[in-house]
Design a protein around this ligand. Sequence first.
Ligand code: PHE
Length: 452
Amino acid sequence: MKSSANKPTLELNNTSKETFSSAGFILSAIGSSVGLGNMWKFPYITGLYGGAAFFLLFTICLVVIGLPILLAELTIGRGSRGNASSAFTILSGHKYWSYFGGLGVLAAFVIMAFYTVVAGWTMHYAVQSFTGKLFSGGDFGAQFENFNATLQPVGWQIVVMIISVFVVAKGISGGIEKFNKVLIPGLIIILLVLMVRALSLPGAGAGVEFFLKPDFSKLTVESALVALGHAFFSLSLGMGTMLTYGAYVEKRQSLGTATLAVGFGDLLYALVAGLIIFPTSFAFGIPSSAGPGLVFVALPAAFDAMWMGEFFGGLFFILLAIAALTSAISILEVPVAFVMDKFRTTRAKAASSVGALCLVFGIPAALSLYGPLSGFLPGGKSIFDWMDFLGSYVLLPLGGLVVTLFTGYVWKHAGQEAGLTSGWYKLWMFLLRYIAPFLVIAVFIYSIYSNL
Ligand code: PHE
C-alpha cells in the first residue's frame, strides 16, 4: 500500500508540485550540503579541536546522527509534499505541528541573512586575487578589516542575494536543478586541481600528517559536541532545507541512496578541503588553527608565496563562491516555498520579497564586523555573531529535534515512505528515538552554555 493513502488530505497538501530529475536532485542536495561550512568553518575547527581525531569524530557524528536525520527530513518532505512548516501538519493532522516546523523557516531566514555576507566576501576575494590587488595590498589581516569597514561587503552581499533570488525564482527544474548541474561538476574540477597543487608543494606532508594522523589525547567532550554541531550544519539539517528539497522528489527515487550520496559527498568534500587547506598553510608555515580568518587572512599569505598564486588563489575563492551559492539557494528555497504556499503567491514574487526582507536583516550583519555598526555589541556580540549564534546554535538543533521526534514518535508511516528494508528501518528508528534526541539536546545545551 502506498503511504499517500494514509495521509489526511488537507488543503495544505500541494499535489501539483514541480519535481527534480533524479540526478538533478542528488546534485542539488550535495550542492546544499557542500558549502562554506566545509571550507571556512571545518578547517579551523579541525585545527582547533585536534586535527585527525576531530575528523574521525565528525565522521562518526555524520554517519550515526546526521544521516538518520537527513533521511527523516527527505522522507517528511516527500511524504507530505508540503513546506518546512506545513509538512508536519499535513502528516500529523495537527495544526500546532506547523509552528514547530516554522522554527526551520525562521532558522533559514536568519542563516541566509549572514551566510550571504560570507558568500559575498568569497566573491570579492576571487576578484582581488585574479587581479593581483590582494597581493599588492600588504598585511592580509589589515586588508580583511579595511574591506569590512567599507560598504563593499554590502554590495557583494546584494550580488549574492540577487543571484539566489534569480535562481530560486526560475523554479526547481529550470532554476535550482540547472544551476547545480552546471556548477557542481565545475566545483569538482577546481577542487581536484587545487588538491594536486596543494599536495605537490614542498613541505605539504606536515599538513597532511596534521590532518590525517589522529591524536586521541586531544579528544574532549567539547570537541565531540562541536563535531556533532558541525555535522548538522554541514549536512544542511535542522532548518527544513532537505525537507523542502525532498518535497520535489519523485516517488521512484530511492531516498536511502540519496542520503548516502549526500553524506558521502559532503564527507569527501570536507576531506579534500582539508587536503587543500592544511598542506597549503603548513607549506608556508602558517599555523593550522588560525581561526575563522584562516581562509581570508592566512591562506592569501600562502598564495602570495606560491608560483602563480594569483591564479590558484582566485580559483580557490571561486570554489568557495560556488559552494556558497549552491548552499544559499537551498536556504532561500525554504522560506520561499513557505511563502508560496501560505500566501498563494507566485515563485517570483515570493523569492523577491523574501530576498528583500532578508537583506533588511542581513545588511546590518554585514556592517557589524568592522563597519559602522561594529560598536554595537549587545551582550558582547556583534549583530553578525548573534545571527550565527541564533541560527546555527539555537534554531538548527531545535529544528533537528523536531524532525527526530516527529519521525521517531509521531508519524507512523515514515517507514513506508522511506522504503527501507526491515533491518535498516529498525536501526533508523533506534537512532531517531533513543540516540539522536539526547545528543541533539546535549549539543543545544552545550552551545548555549559556551556562547553566552
Ligand atoms: N551545509 C551548508 C554548508 O556547509 C550550510 C547550510 C546550512 C546550508 C543549513 C543549508 C542549510 O555551508
